[in-house]
Ligand binder design. Structure first.
Ligand SMILES: Nc1ncnc2c1ncn2[C@@H]1O[C@H](COP(=O)(O)OP(=O)(O)O)[C@@H](O)[C@H]1O
Ligand SMILES: [Mg+2]
Length: 235
């Protein structure tokens, strides 16, 4: 990052990013010179064909996978060059993940699922409980706090998934097909919630989707194909 182009705090900058997968003796390059910038507070949809590397990219940005080359910056942090322990700490403080199939723990209640990431923090039990209550209210599910995931609809489970992602108050939400398993009405609820989190709480959101309507919730749409990005106008 040069001093001529000061980066907004907590913006994301990707430079010449490379990711390979080794399958047996073959090396498959998913992308080799990927570049993009995302401002803090943006809401970006990433679309593109299946297998184009959308999930891979999200996992690299969130620091749960490592690149084979290039640079990922988040504000002043170069996350592509952090040690595993620094990366885990950075991730815990800055990133919330939302998954297509929610990834809730089936034996835990809604509130226990939301509390889970907070067990790794220094918050006291009382502080954790207060935080969980606030977030469950934010996603409109305070009255479902004692329910198990199996006792919730898909849309409600995804709202719990979003609540869990918000627990540690991260600046960045990474959502991989968050509406991919939902009916239209539930999908709209989840998208409305993401728009509010972006507009009112200033969360930076990157959402992978193959749903055009979901993509139109974002401020920007980027299409990833054959290892390159093409910007598309958001409607
Ligand atoms: N752990 C892995 N090992 C080997 N190949 C992988 C792995 N994860 C993904 N791939 C391959 O990388 C490519 C991109 O995958 P992915 O990021 O999941 O694409 P998308 O999310 O766009 O559908 C695919 O060809 C996939 O088969
Ligand atoms: Mg994917």
């Amino acid at each position: 990052m040069d001093s001529e182009t000061p980066m907004q705090d907590d913006g994301i900058s990707i430079r010449d990013l490379r990711k390979n997968y080794r399958i047996g003796s073959n090396v498959v390059t998913i992308f080799s010179e990927l570049n993009m910038s995302i401002d803090a507070g943006d809401f970006v949809a990433i679309i593109g064909p299946s297998g184009s590397g959308k999930s891979t990219l999200l996992n690299l940005i969130g620091g749960i996978d490592r690149p084979d080359g290039g640079d990922i910056g988040f504000g002043h942090a170069r996350i592509s060059h952090m040690s595993e322990s620094a990366l885990a700490k950075w991730r815990g403080a800055n990133v919330g993940f939302v998954f297509q199939f929610y990834n809730l723990m089936p034996m835990l209640t809604a509130e226990q699922n939301v509390e889970l990431p907070l067990l790794l923090t220094k918050l006291t039990a009382r502080q954790r409980r207060e935080r969980v209550e606030t977030i469950l209210s934010l996603v409109g599910l305070a009255d479902r706090r004692k329910h198990l995931p199996s006792e919730l609809s898909g849309g409600q489970q995804q709202r719990i998934g979003i609540a869990r992602a918000l627990a540690s108050d991260p600046k960045l939400l990474l959502c991989d097909e968050p509406t991919g398993d939902l009916d239209r009405d539930s999908a709209e609820d989840v998208l409305a919630m993401l728009r509010i989190l972006n507009a009112d709480l200033g969360k930076t959101i990157i959402m992978v989707t193959h749903d055009d309507r979901a993509a139109r919730s974002a401020k920007r749409i980027l299409r990833l194909d054959k290892g390159k990005f093409v910007e598309r106008e958001a409607a």
